[in-house]
Ligand binder design. Structure first.
Ligand code: CP
Ligand code: NVA
Length: 306
C-alpha cells in the first residue's frame, strides 16, 4: 500500500506513468466515455481548511470513476472536538478505500497515514501541496512537452507550493529560480527530495525580476496562505515588490506560461493583465486537478492498469 503525502513519495518513473494515464483519462472524459474502474470504492475527504478546487475535483473525479465520497470537516466531525487523529484514522480507514486530507502540519497527515489501513492523499498541508504540482506539471507538458531542462520562476512566499516545486524539480530534472522577500525564504530542509536538492535545480534571487529572466514558466501564489491570516498586514508590506506583472513576464522567454494554483488576488501577487492575459493557463491548471487526481486515485487503488 502506498500513500501520497509529498511529491517525493513517488519516483520519476511513476510520474511519467501518471502523466500518461491522466492524458488518457482526460481524453475519455472529453469524449463522454463512461469509465468506472472504482465502482463500489469510497473516498473520504477530510477538510480542516477551506477549499473550492480540491473538493470539487476529488468529488467529481471519484463519481466519474464510478465511486462515491464522504465529506468531513473539522467543525462537522469529532476532529473539532479533539478526537485524536490516530483514532480517527483507525475508524475512518475501516470503512472507506481511500482518504484525502487537507490539514495544517505535515506531521498530522503523517500520523493519520501511520494509522490508516488505506492509502492517504495530501490535499494540502502547511508544508506541501503535491496534487497541485502534479496538475501544474501535467498542464506544462500538455502545452510545451517535457518539463525536463526547463526553468520555473517562483515569485513570492516560500510556502507549501514552493517547497513542492523544489521536490518536483529534483525528481523531474528541471530548475527552479526562487525569489522571496527576506524572512519568507523556503525552508530548504522541507524542499529536499530523496536525492537532496542539487544546486543545479534550485537558485535563489533576491530580486524577483532576476528570477523571471529566461524562465519557461512564471508562477506565484497568495501572499498569505491559509493558517497564516494573523500575519496578513505584515505580509502585504513585505511582499509589495513580489507582484507578477507584465514587466516581469517580459523578462521571461517569449513563450513562457503563467500559472497560479488559485484562489488569486489581482493587484497583490499578480496583476489582472497577467492572470487574465494570453500567457496565463490558470483555468487549464484548475481543470487538470481533476484529471491528474483521477489517475492518482486509480493508481493508488488498482496499481498500473496500462
Ligand atoms: N488550488 C487549490 O488547492 O484550491 P482550493 O483551495 O480551492 O482547493
Ligand atoms: N499556499 C496556499 C495555497 C492554496 C491553494 C495556501 O496554503 O493557502
Amino acid at each position: 500500500m502506498k500513500h501520497y503525502l509529498q511529491f517525493s513519495d513517488f519516483s520519476a518513473d511513476e510520474y511519467h506513468y501518471l502523466f500518461e494515464r491522466a492524458a488518457a483519462i482526460k481524453a475519455k472524459f472529453k469524449g463522454y466515455e463512461k469509465y468506472h474502474p472504482l465502482t463500489d470504492r469510497t473516498l473520504a475527504m477530510i477538510f480542516e481548511k477551506a477549499s473550492t478546487r480540491t473538493r470539487v475535483s476529488f468529488e467529481a473525479g471519484m463519481y466519474q470513476l464510478g465511486g462515491s465520497v464522504v465529506h468531513l470537516t473539522t467543525e462537522g466531525s469529532q476532529l473539532g472536538r479533539s478526537e485524536p487523529i490516530e483514532d480517527s484514522a483507525k475508524v475512518i480507514s475501516r470503512m472507506v478505500d481511500l482518504v484525502m486530507i487537507r490539514t495544517f502540519e505535515q506531521t498530522k497527515i503523517e500520523a493519520f497515514a501511520a494509522n490508516s489501513r488505506v492509502p492517504v492523499i495530501n490535499g494540502l498541508t502547511n508544508e506541501f501541496h503535491p496534487c497541485q504540482i502534479l496538475a501544474d506539471i501535467f498542464t506544462f507538458i500538455e502545452r510545451r512537452g517535457s518539463i525536463a531542462g526547463k526553468t520555473v520562476a517562483w515569485v513570492g512566499d516560500g510556502n507549501n507550493m514552493a517547497n513542492t516545486w523544489l521536490q518536483a524539480a529534483e525528481l523531474l530534472d528541471f530548475r527552479v529560480h526562487v525569489s522571496t522577500p527576506r524572512g519568507y525564504e523556503i525552508d530548504e530542509k522541507l524542499a529536499v527530495g530523496p536525492r537532496g536538492t542539487s544546486a543545479a535545480s534550485y537558485q535563489f534571487f533576491s530580486d524577483p525580476m532576476d528570477a523571471c529572466r529566461g524562465a519557461d514558466l512564471v508562477t506565484t501564489d497568495v501572499w498569505t496562505s491559509m493558517g497564516f491570516e494573523a500575519e496578513n498586514e505584515e505580509r502585504r508590506r513585505a511582499f509589495a515588490d513580489w507582484c507578477v506583472d507584465e514587466d516581469m513576464m517580459a523578462l521571461a522567454r517569449p513563450d513562457a506560461l503563467f500559472m497560479h494554483c488559485l484562489p488569486a488576488h489581482r493587484g497583490e501577487e499578480v496583476t489582472a493583465e497577467v492572470i487574465d492575459g494570453p500567457q496565463s493557463v490558470v483555468w487549464d491548471e484548475a481543470e487538470n486537478r481533476m484529471h491528474v487526481q483521477k489517475a492518482l486515485m486509480e493508481y493508488l487503488l488498482l496499481g498500473r492498469v496500462a
